[in-house]
Design a protein around this ligand. Structure first.
Ligand code: ADP
Length: 292
């Protein structure tokens, strides 16, 4: 059985990414509301077919920390990717005022468990950890999406990648590492940056001019960003500092991160994530209505 466009009823637009629009759709045969992501690629039929085939392993990526995959197909030069609809959208919409530490701990715990699942069970490096690729739903669940499962797709996305690359680890900028320069440690860096961004409500680096050379210089030669010590505990700051070691070999593995006292504490703490998610989403809707 394979899913197709003919079975979809388009309900609305969820967002726009670099490669196309994400729609909210209703899948008639299963009566499930899904998110349908369009990825525009200049590729031939054979390469597109290859991507659809490679994406198929995602059917096995079943975890409470990973957005469910329902199937993929292509039409002309677009790949369409059907996934679980996360009704509160991505984390970048939920943090304008910054996020209190207990919530931050739970979010980090989910992300690290998701990343460990991808690595241990699927042998996948995420490659694109950032707040827009972490989704939240009304149950307060936090899940990862948009990870690099297809070699063919990774390659064509990397070639077309033009925009801001600023979640990239310092070592990535000079591409040492694997054949394409990507390692698990690079994901840990992006995780550290993402935690700070979610905590303080803005991208952690202040590049000044926004000039690409200044950006590269800040990431490669500057001190890594830190969590503000006046608002977050020493444990939280230490956790993030570990993720953002400039020397990639010193960054902890996922198993070590899960054993870090900050995450052990987050695991044991009782936090009403559903309540936080509802409030953060309501604030987002109010801001949107004001057009800010
Ligand atoms: P990006 O290129 O920034 O990663 P995407 O194309 O993946 O963006 O998605 C664009 C926006 O669509 C996201 O920022 C998010 O708000 C929304 N979106 C993506 N996937 C889903 C989903 N499964 N459920 C709900 N909203 C989604």
């Amino acid at each position: 059985y394979s899913i197709s466009m003919a079975e979809m009823q388009v309900l609305g637009v969820l967002g726009r990414g670099q490669f196309g629009v994400v729609h909210r759709v209703f899948h008639r045969p299963t009566k499930v509301t899904m998110a349908l992501k369009e990825i525009r690629l200049e590729l031939n039929q054979r390469a597109l077919q290859q991507i659809i085939m490679e994406l198929d392993v995602l059917h096995k990526a079943v975890s409470p920390y990973i957005v469910d995959f329902y199937g993929a197909f292509f039409i002309e030069s677009c790949v369409y990717y059907c996934m679980e609809y996360m009704d509160y959208g991505s984390l970048d919409r939920m943090y304008p005022a910054g996020i209190p530490e207990p919530i931050l701990g739970k979010i980090t715990l989910s992300v690290v468990k998701g990343l460990r699942f991808l690595k241990d069970e699927m042998n996948i490096i995420h490659r694109d950890i950032k707040p827009t690729n972490i989704l939240v739903n009304r149950r307060g669940e936090v899940k990862l999406c948009d990870f690099g499962v297809s070699g063919e797709l990774n390659q064509s996305l990397a070639q077309t990648h033009v925009g801001c690359q600023s979640y990239m680890a310092p070592e990535r900028i000079f591409k040492t590492g694997g054949p394409d320069g990507y390692t698990i440690q690079s994901d840990v860096w992006s995780l550290g940056l993402t935690i700070i961004e979610v905590a303080i409500g803005r991208y952690p680096y202040d590049f000044g001019s926004g000039n690409i050379f200044d950006q590269i210089n800040a990431i490669v030669n500057g001190d890594p960003p830190r969590l503000p010590g006046d608002r977050y505990s020493e444990l939280a700051c230490d956790f993030v500092a570990g993720c953002l070691m400039k020397d990639s070999s010193r960054r902890p593995a996922y198993q070590e991160l899960l054993l870090h006292p900050w995450l052990v504490q987050a695991e044991e703490s009782v936090v009403d994530m559903e309540d936080w998610a509802a409030r953060a989403h309501a604030l987002f809707l109010a801001r949107e209505a004001q057009g800010t």
